[in-house]
Write a protein that binds this ligand. Sequence first.
Ligand code: MG
Length: 158
Amino acid sequence: MFRVGIGHDTHRLGPDRPLILGGLRIEHSRGLVGHSDADVVLHALTDAMLGAAGLGDIGDAYPDTDPRFKDCDSRLFVTETLKKLSDRGWRIVNVDLTIFAQEPKLGPIKTSMREHLAAMLSLAVDAVNVKAKTGEKVGAIGRAEAIGCQAAVLIETI
Ligand code: MG
């Protein structure tokens, strides 16, 4: 049996924050603002995984009122959710991500992000796709006020 899930997230860019995307620290003058490390890529991915397995959303699973998640590494959300899926008899088939960022330019890091995510999820690199788009200078993302991400995940029974 197969199931599909989608996820979406947006965070604001602000000063004095490291920029963490897909679990990688990226050199930039500003970072994403949020309760955790605000990694939009891992938040969208976590929501897609939860969605595929019918397990609600990241806000239910990891509430931003919980001090445990203050400035936490969002890889925790992904690895814990992966465990929840496998406990219920699911494994991931593939992941497809689209990151929306006017800046920084993500083209140079797409491959390393893909490899990093594939290792995190114990998947082959070709089962994890990372796409990057600008905001075409329109809206909050286009004005480089925020970064967004969409994720799709297919899971199958083990
Ligand atoms: Mg988020």
